[in-house]
Every structure is written in structure tokens, then in C-alpha cells.
Design a protein around this ligand. Sequence first.
Ligand code: PAF
Length: 295
Amino acid sequence: MRVVDTIAELRQARAQLQGLVGLVPTMGALHAGHMSLVNAAREDCDTVVVTIFVNPTQFAPNEDLDAYPRDLPADLAKLEAAGVDLVFTPTPETMYPSNYQTFVEVEKVSQGKEGAHRPGHFRGVATIVTKLFNLTQPDAAYFGQKDAQQVAVIKALVRDLNFPLDIVILPIVREADGLAMSSRNVYLNPNERRAATALNRSLQAAAAAYDAGERHPERLRQTALAVLNAEPLAHVDYVSVADAVTLEELTAPSENPILLSLTARVGLPRLLDNCLLPYSLNTREALTRILGGEV
Ligand code: PAF
């Protein structure tokens, strides 16, 4: 496994890669969710490139950029064991040298939900992902369902800017008690860790209502919200019931696939979770096709 941190080295290493190249962009602090992306890329592609970069432009000034968990030696050991070929670990100065002034903005799908709670976040994501696509020129890039709106932003970016690559979406990987894996889970104390299971429990409650025939978006939303509100340590930011293709909020019953997504602060971290409804659509194939897909 080769590890490089300059753009010149990355370009030189990329030029030597043969066959299908799979890219897994990450911010490090790798867990089983990230490794599911790496393993999928390893199975599909001839060469796997992973990037580790805590991207400052996607953090607002009040967010946890400095405190974001970092453990490069542990990350590199996991990637080496998984058979990754090339790892890019640039510094902020490499990606954003002084006088840097170009940003990428994806309009409609960046608005609302995370876009409303984290102004500028998707501009930062779209910008860094564009740069990483340009630098690594992958045939396929792998992202996790957990950041569902990010997936839709990146799919729009790839369509609109004509990147010649496939976006592959892997389902959320969960702890045994259902908590979605996240690098930010390390901030949770034992009580908060228990309380954090309310996010998945609220998705499951809404999924059960959907299975029982409920289609009204507000009633699905209230079903999820009731479970979250019953957990005193969970402070809800939003529960969204949206069309899974356009990500537009639903105001009337729909038989199209639904993206149910929610965010709550539990202790320090803001935790995200989501699922597609019907629940049977939470597979690699369905997520890759539907979530933020063609309209
Ligand atoms: O999902 C993430 O870890 C980040 O948003 C990404 C896609 C690596 C861009 O910094």
C-alpha cells in the first residue's frame, strides 16, 4: 500500500494504476461503515484508492473541526489489512493553498435538512469531492447511506458536471443495538450511548407504521418523532419525510420510495440516521439506484 500526501505524488501514483479504479473518500477515524465501502470497492475494482482528509470547508465555524477524531496510524493499518493500493492524506494547505477561491455549489438538493442546519456544509463537500474526483479519476466512487443528503448532492454533481464515474451507495452499518456507526459515536458517554439507540428505534417505529399501510407523511413523521421525544437525552433537530429521488419534503401520501431522515443531538454530537421506506429498499442495489437518483 502506497501512502502519499502531495498532489504531485498522487498524480504520479494514479498514472501507474491499471484497470478499474475505485475511490473511497473519507475523513478518517475509520469504522466498520467505512470498511464496508472499502471492501465493496475491493471486490468491484482492480485498484482501490482511499483519501483521508478532514475537510475544513465543510465545517461551520461553530462545529467540531479541531475536535474531529483523527487516528492516522490506526486508519492506515485497517486499510493495509483490507488490501487498499493507494492512500492520499493531504494537509489542508495542500488542498486549499493561500489564494484558493474556487467552490462548487449544488443548488436545489443542498437546501433543507442538513443544508438548513449546516449552512455552507454541502458547498464544502461538493468542492472537496470535485477536487478528489479530478485528482484520482476513479471509475467508481463509494459513499455511505448514512449521509443520505450528501449522496444526493454528489449524484447531482456527477450528473451536472459530467464526471465519467459511477456512484455506489452502501447501506448503513449498525452496532448490535441498531446505532448507526459514526466516527462521532466516540463522543458518547455510556448513558448517551444507550439514549442514541432512540434514533434507529424511531426509524423502526415509522417503518412498522409504513408496513401497516400508513402513507401520510405527517403521521409517519409524528410516529418517528414520538420515539425520539420519549428519550430525554435526545434533542431533535428535525425528522424529515421526503421523496427518496428528489429529496423534496412530502406533504401528501406517496407510493414512491420515501427517505425518512432525522438528526438529534445526544450529549455533544449531532447524530444522523435514515432509512428508505419501504424498508426492503435499504440495500446496495436499491440505494444506488433510488437515493438522489435520476428524476
Ligand atoms: O462523508 C464524508 O466523510 C465526507 O463528507 C467526504 C465525502 C469524505 C468529503 O469530505
